[in-house]
Design a protein. Structure first.
Length: 344
């Protein structure tokens, strides 16, 4: 007799992701995530949320948080998510996330969380001062995914470990409660080219909304003049662009701008170099600025239009939350039954 693998999850494909409402979204978010959300909605059932539960693991001004939620929702809509196709909602509007997270807190092992490098990076030497929420954040993330039985999750390198934890939690729940195939083991959707956009001021660090220099990033709400100015001020070097991609090695800022051009134009970095080989940044930057304005300018304009009508954003978020609750409710009800909770 041989051991047989437990039956695999047999449900339909579904993708889930979310973005925290903790600051201005930028070009890196657009190329690394938002533009891909818009594509994925036509490939499988898609749930995209604003991660306001996750946001408060670090202090958020309560007076600003609601506006920041609307701003992320506006970014989703402006970059192509269709609320008639994808389910767009605020995480806190679906209590099942937090309720399932408690069950998963009792499934996950302390050693698993101790290995999470992102907590170590954020907490540094003073982890005793950090919130319990920051420590258990990956368990809530697992609940976010599994309450909808999502089979696919877009991830960057910094989130791969959390997705592995989600798979471990799903597998342990299925095993411990004799419920083979109940939860899927979600697969990573890698972000692909353009996912890792670096700072315009320092090509060795990722573009970040937490960078104190606004010139380090192109915000989604920037107008054409701001976009153009930031590209023209971006740090570069004195050398011309080479013919071959390998010759960009060691030139972080040059590599970044070529990558941005490639991602915005939908071409390969090598194609960009073939066009601009032998030219300096005095010629390249204006072309990149024009391209960035043509792609990003309309997004900023649409976001500003949407944010001027918060009632419309709230309507879309409300409808999305209703749909999300409908999908999450049967999963949570079945979890309660499986765990043995009193049903009344």
């Amino acid at each position: 007799m041989t051991d047989q693998a437990p039956p695999a999850y047999a449900g339909k494909p579904r993708v889930l992701s979310g973005v925290q409402p903790s600051g201005d979204l930028h070009l890196g978010n657009y190329l690394g995530a938002l533009v891909k959300f818009a594509r994925l909605q036509h490939e499988m059932e898609t749930f995209i949320f604003v991660a306001d539960l996750h946001a408060i693991t670090a202090w958020q001004d309560p007076a600003k948080l609601k506006h920041q939620v609307r701003e992320i929702a506006a970014a989703y809509l402006a970059t192509g998510l269709d609320p008639k196709v994808a389910t767009i909602f605020a995480q806190s509007a679906v209590p099942a996330h937090a309720e399932l997270a408690w069950v998963f807190n009792c499934v996950a092992r302390l050693g698993w969380l101790d290995r999470m490098t992102q907590f170590k990076d954020k907490a540094g030497k003073h982890k005793e001062r950090e919130s319990v929420g920051l420590y258990t954040y990956p368990v809530l993330q697992a609940a976010d995914i599994l309450v909808y039985k999502a089979t696919h999750v877009p991830v960057g390198e910094d989130q791969r470990q959390h997705l592995e934890l989600t798979r471990d939690i799903a597998a342990k729940f299925n095993h411990d409660f004799a419920a083979p195939g109940f939860f899927p083991l979600p697969e990573a959707l890698t972000q692909g080219p353009g996912a890792r956009i670096m700072s315009l001021r320092d090509g060795s660090v990722k573009m970040s909304k937490s960078d104190p220099s606004d010139n380090s990033r192109i915000n989604l709400t920037d107008d054409a003049d701001a976009i153009s100015q930031k590209i023209r001020k971006a740090r570069t070097d004195a050398d011309v662009l080479p013919e071959k991609l390998d010759d960009l090695a060691g030139r972080a800022e040059a590599q970044n701008l070529v990558g941005v051009y490639a991602a915005l134009s939908g071409r390969s970095a090598q194609d960009v170099l073939t066009e601009f080989a032998g030219q300096g940044f005095g010629a390249f930057k204006p072309k990149l600025a024009d391209l960035a304005v043509s792609v990003m300018g309309p997004i900023g304009g649409e976001m500003r239009r949407l944010l001027a009508d918060p009632g419309e954003i709230d309507r879309i978020l409300g409808a999305g939350a209703e749909r999300a609750r409908e999908v999450a409710a049967p999963t949570l009800a079945e979890v309660k039954r499986i765990v043995g909770y009193w049903a009344g």
